[in-house]
Design a protein around this ligand. Structure first.
Ligand code: ZN
Length: 347
């Protein structure tokens, strides 16, 4: 194989082809590094001693349907200047993994057009390996978003693993991007975030968050000039605590507590523009029945007059979805007859 085929076909630079063989339908070839000076990957010094090699096999881009592997002797080096012992740097692969960069790019390109399972079968690797490649790609592209232009942020805690652990999440309110995820839900979960914010030189003007004292004091410490906005959902939750003694609220609170909706997936992503809770909708329909409201629009008016019930139904952000979501819910769940009696506008 010529040097230019090695480069254009497999992304190998500065290598000489040694030999290739065929084994169980796969092509295995080996190359060796052209003679040249190694550098220390830590201090860039050329004063390094060779400390033996490590045999590695890397997965390369396939040729047609044939799998291709590269056998390579990775040089171990010891730096005389800084004392670091390490492996030579390889341009075509991250030595921690066994797939070459070109192979990963190919797998990512394919997964834009096929399912993970299709790609895994086509490339002859496991589903998990494809998932791992995608994860690394996402981490590389999104783990360190630039914070310089961030102006408005929201801080919230989420529970993960069924409430066994908490994460603190920071969103850029202007782009909707998640810009930080910290462990735990205390103020110190945000420490690495403040550091990055300071280094980026960001000027944050406003912070939306819940009324957790830990977050409030963290923001007052680190962003004293920013305006704190208590977000709507959490404000309503607080006022809900005050209205929960109203008879109508107590009635539905008790009812919904006893209601088992576990057979129904709560979020039917892709249905509804913002992923309306498929648990909130049936609760709203129960209110419609018990309050003898005739139409969906009467139900919506009733809920708007009783915001605590909107909260109780479980509509996030206190916003009722468009009435089409109510009809669609009935449609999906096979209540066609019901829809007609509810005054569905005839198209
Ligand atoms: Zn060194």
């Amino acid at each position: 194989m010529s040097t230019s085929l090695l480069y254009h076909g497999f992304g190998l630079v500065g290598c000489d082809y040694v030999h290739s063989r065929y084994q169980e339908g796969a092509i295995i070839f080996s190359v060796k590094r052209k003679r040249g000076k190694f550098r220390c990957s830590g201090c860039r010094s050329r004063d390094v001693i060779l400390r033996g090699t490590l045999s590695r096999r890397f997965r390369m881009v396939p040729i047609g349907s044939k799998r291709v592997f590269l056998d390579y002797e990775v040089q171990r080096l010891e730096c005389r200047r800084c004392g670091k012992i390490h492996q030579e740097k390889l341009g075509f692969v991250d030595p921690r993994f066994s797939y070459s960069h070109a192979f990963e790019r190919y797998a990512l390109e394919l997964s834009r057009h096929m399912t993970i399972l299709d790609v895994a079968r086509h490339l002859g690797i496991s589903w998990d390996a494809i998932k791992e490649i995608q994860k690394r790609d996402l981490t590389k592209r999104f783990s360190r978003p630039c914070l310089k232009s961030v102006k408005r942020i929201a801080i919230d805690e989420i529970s993960a693993r069924k409430g066994h652990c908490y994460l603190t999440v920071v969103l850029d309110m202007d782009t909707g991007a998640v810009i930080f995820v910290g462990d735990g839900k205390g103020g110190d979960a945000l420490d690495p975030f403040w550091q990055r914010l300071r280094r980026a030189g960001a000027r944050v003007k406003a912070v939306a968050m819940d009324m957790s004292p830990a977050y409030i004091s963290a923001v007052l410490d680190h962003l004293p000039q920013a305006t704190i906005v208590f977000d709507h959902f959490h404000v309503i939750k607080l006022s809900y605590e005050q209205v929960r003694n109203l008879p109508i609220v107590r009635k539905y609170e008790k009812l919904f507590n006893d209601l088992d909706l576990s057979h129904l997936p709560e979020f039917n992503y892709g249905v509804g523009p913002d992923g309306t809770s498929q648990h909130a909708l049936p609760r709203a329909f129960i209110i419609r029945s018990l309050e003898s409201l005739k139409t969906v629009s009467a139900l919506i008016r009733f809920l708007q007059g009783n915001p605590a019930l909107i909260y109780l139904c479980g509509f996030r952000n206190q916003r009722l979805p468009h009435d089409s979501q109510f009809y669609r819910f009935l449609e999906i769940n096979g209540f066609q007859v019901y829809i007609e009696t509810l005054g569905y506008p005839n198209p």
